[in-house]
Structure formats: structure tokens, C-alpha cells
Design a protein around this ligand. Structure first.
Ligand code: SF4
Ligand code: SF4
Length: 449
């Protein structure tokens, strides 16, 4: 079996840019919904003073993550503000005092066994920093005997983004410390660092850094997008296929982003939770493309002001051009899983003219999961959720390969997102109908006794 993908222009302009720390922003706005799952719940109120690393919001459930302040200062307000997803979200606004005073309660966690390790990961506030945003502690809450391979995701296959590349080059020791912890508590047969072969310096660095480890290997993978997609990476490093509706752990695999692992290792060593991010700032409107370190909650405007703009940005993305999300306002903040801010000038920002599908089949040929995007679009337009189910639209990882290769510029990813929502709504309706039917039958059976 072959997993498809596409060759995209790499545009890794910032690969040699060692991250620089931006001046502390005057204000940070910290949304509570930065992870997949339940939003965090504020534990501070307007007027409270906070310090760097201080808890400002606790996890809102099992699939959730706590949030810590990236600045010292005063909580200005807690309000419902419009988030990047177009929904209002509880947001903590903090005015920085510019002092960056560190919270006195910062101490390394006591990690003595698997449970305390997972608890430490939970307390670190870490979520999938490669962009997924899934709370990492939930992913690690598995039995060691289930784990055969742990795959460290250093693929960084999206054009432009080099923040993981910099972690591998600048902080390989933290990644390796994280590997040691994973080996200690899960004893996997193999730990594989997956890196695209267009980053030979990272392959070299990670090989050298882990040369004393056994059961550790670095896989140089073809630079074919989306090499960093979880299921794609599992297949290309282990040959295993994650079945539909199953998780990586069901085939014995765990995938962790390399920066995520480095942050976990540093938290366990120092006690400083996730409060800041390395963000790649690039795009045709940016005067000085570079990697910057910013407190979580820093506005896009502050980031772009620091790097400078050559022309007014007409399109600004969270993340890369393939899977990134366009932001409506430059006030939108850098979130925990933001790894890039891309600002484009007029020419690149213009959406291409969409024409009729010519049934060329390129979208299906490029889909890494062998889906049929043109047929999905037809089923969506015809309001056919049963057909969408047969076409397995819920497997779509929204990677954008289909749209990238479409000569008619069909908005296939957007349609797939809508089609998934249509199918999920249909499934919920079917479930409710079934439950109602069962309830009716139970009542009738009781009446007939
Ligand atoms: S966005 Fe979905 S349908 Fe399109 S190529 Fe990626 S996985 Fe396939
Ligand atoms: S690539 Fe575009 S034009 Fe070709 S079949 Fe798919 S949707 Fe139609």
C-alpha cells in the first residue's frame, strides 16, 4: 500500500533564524479554549496580580489543560471575546508590568512513577504543540504494555514553519531527556524520531544527541506533505495502519511532537509550565521573517510590529498555508498551539477563481487517505449524509492536498469540514431517534405486562 501526498514548495526561509525573545507585550489576551476538549476555567479575577508561571485557569475536565500566565502584571478583565474559530470564548486579559517576575511557587514536580509522570505532563499545561492542540497527558494515559512504538514528530512538513526545526537544532538535549522519560515509564520497543529529509541538519543533530540511547532511531523520511500527519507518520515509520475509528494506541503507537516533548522535559526539570511559544513569522508582507519567542496571548499585531511589515497584510494565518486558519483581526492572540504567524500581501491573499469540476481525479490521487473529495463535495451539495458516511468523510484530516492539486480551485477542505459537520449532525439525530424508539418500545412492553 502507498500513502499519497504532494510536493509543496518548502519556503523554509527562517531555518537559520535562532529564536529571539520579543519585548514583553503591554497586554496579553488568553483564551480558555486553546485545546481540543473542554475549555479551561479561570481561577483569577479582575484586579488580581499575577506572575510568570502562575496558574490562571484550571483544566475544565479530563480532556483539557490548565493555563499559566506568560507575563507578570494585573488581570484587567475576564470577558467573552471573539476567538479565531469565530466563537465567543472566555478570555483573560492581563496588563503586563514589564517586569516578568517569576511566580514563587515554581518548583519541579515530584516524578517517581508513571502516574506522577502523567500528572506532571497534565500540570505542565502542554497540549499538542504541532498544531493539533490535544492535551498530551490524555494521550499518555495508557498502560505501558500497550505501547510498542513512540514516534517523535519532527517532520514539520508545512511550508514556511521552522519552529520545530529550531527546537531540534537548539534544544535537542531536552528532546532526548523527554525520550529518556518515555523509555523509563513506557519501555517501548522503539522510539523513532521522524524527520523529513529536507532537514539533514536536524537528522544529524538528533542522531548525535541520542547516540547513547538504545531502542532509539532517527528516520529520515521523504519530504512529501503531509508527512507529519499522525496516521501518515505512523504508517511511514512503522508500516502500521490505524483503522477507521481507532486511535494510534490501538496499534501500539504514540506520536508526540518534538517541541511538545522538549517542553515536558523542561517542566519536569525546572517546574516552569508552558507560558511561551516559538513562532515562525514569515510571508510576503513581513519585512524581517524570523523565529520569535512570545508569551502565550501576545497579539498578532504585536508580533508583526516587532518583525515589521513591507506592505499592509491582506491575509494573516495561524499556522502554515496548508492547514492554517485565516484570522479576522490582528488582535487575535498567539495560542499554545500557534507555531507560525504568516502575513501575506495582496497578490498572495487573493483567492483563485473557482471553476466547475472537470472530474480529473487529481484530488483523489493526492489524498493521503485515499478519500474521494470530488464525490464528497457532490454528496454534501446533494445533502446526502448516508453517502458521506460511505465515503468516510470523517477520516479527512483537513490536510489540503486535494485542494492544492485541484485545477478548478474547488474549496475542497472547507466543503469537507462542512460535510463532516453535516454527517455528525445526522448521526446525532439518528442516535436520538433510536433512543426515542427504544424508550417507546420499553414503555409499550411495560404496559403490556
Ligand atoms: S483534506 Fe481530507 S480529503 Fe483532502 S487530501 Fe487531505 S485527507 Fe484527503
Ligand atoms: S481535482 Fe478538482 S477538478 Fe479534479 S476531480 Fe477533484 S475537484 Fe474535480
Amino acid at each position: 500500500m502507498k500513502l499519497h501526498g504532494i510536493h509543496v514548495p518548502h519556503r523554509k526561509n527562517t531555518v537559520d533564524s535562532t529564536p529571539v525573545r520579543m519585548p514583553v507585550p503591554a497586554v496579553v489576551t488568553v483564551p480558555m479554549s486553546m485545546n481540543i476538549g473542554a475549555p479551561a476555567k479561570p481561577v483569577v479575577k479582575a484586579g488580581d496580580t499575577v506572575k510568570v508561571g502562575q496558574l490562571i485557569a484550571e483544566a475544565g475536565g479530563f480532556v483539557s489543560a490548565p493555563i499559566y500566565s506568560g507575563v507578570s502584571g494585573k488581570v484587567k478583565k475576564i470577558d467573552q471575546l471573539l476567538g479565531s474559530n469565530g466563537r465567543y470564548d472566555t478570555t483573560i486579559v492581563i496588563e503586563s508590568d514589564g517586569q516578568q517576575e517569576v511566580y514563587e511557587g515554581i518548583t519541579p514536580p515530584q516524578v517517581t512513577d508513571l502516574d506522577s509522570f502523567v500528572e506532571a505532563v497534565r500540570q505542565s499545561g502542554v497540549i499538542g504543540l504541532g498544531g493539533a492542540g490535544f492535551p498530551t497527558a490524555v494521550k499518555l494515559k495508557v498502560k505501558p504494555e500497550q505501547v510498542e512504538e513512540i514516534i517523535i514528530n519532527g517532520a514539520e512538513c508545512e511550508p514556511y514553519i521552522t519552529s520545530d526545526t529550531r527546537t531540534m537544532l537548539d534544544d535537542a538535549d531536552s528532546i532526548i531527556e523527554g525520550v529518556r522519560l518515555l523509555q523509563k515509564y513506557y519501555a517501548p520497543q522503539r522510539v523513532i524520531v521522524g524527520i523529513e529529509d529536507n532537514k539533514p541538519q536536524c537528522v544529524q543533530k538528533m542522531k548525535e544527541a541520542g547516540r547513547d540511547l538504545s531502542g532509539y532511531e532517527v528516520a529520515a523520511l521523504p519530504a512529501i506533505y503531509p508527512q507529519g500527519g499522525e496516521k501518515v507518520l505512523i504508517f511511514n515509520t512503522t508500516g502500521k495502519i490505524v483503522p477507521e475509528g481507532k486511535l494510534p494506541i490501538d496499534v501500539g503507537a504514540i506520536v508526540i511532537n518534538c517541541t511538545t516533548l522538549a517542553v515536558i522535559a523542561k517542566y519536569i526539570k525546572t517546574g516552569m509550565p508552558l507560558v511561551e511559544k516559538v513562532v515562525t513569522v514569515d510571508g510576503s508582507a513581513v519585512a524581517k521573517p524570523q523565529n520569535v519567542i512570545v508569551p502565550v496571548g501576545t497579539s498578532m499585531k504585536d508580533v508583526l510590529d516587532f518583525c515589521g511589515v513591507k506592505s499592509e497584510p491582506k491575509k494573516v494565518l495561524y499556522g502554515g498555508p496548508m492547514m492554517g486558519i485565516s484570522v479576522a483581526s490582528l488582535e487575535a492572540p498567539v495560542m499554545k498551539n500557534t507555531n507560525a504567524v504568516l502575513a501575506f500581501a495582496e497578490k498572495e491573499a487573493q483567492a483563485p477563481v473557482t471553476t466547475a469540476c472537470i472530474r480529473c481525479g487529481r484530488c483523489a490521487a493526492h489524498c493521503p487517505l485515499n478519500l474521494m473529495p470530488a464525490s464528497i463535495e457532490t454528496a454534501y451539495v446533494n445533502n446526502e449524509p448516508e453517502v458521506l458516511k460511505e465515503l468516510k468523510v470523517n477520516l479527512c484530516m483537513e490536510c489540503g492536498c486535494c485542494a492544492f492539486g485541484c485545477p478548478a480551485h474547488r474549496p475542497l477542505v472547507q466543503v469537507n469540514k462542512l460535510a463532516k459537520a453535516m454527517l455528525n449532525q445526522y448521526n446525532a439525530q439518528q442516535k436520538a431517534l433510536l433512543e426515542k424508539q427504544k424508550e417507546k418500545e420499553t414503555k409499550e412492553a411495560a404496559a403490556n405486562v
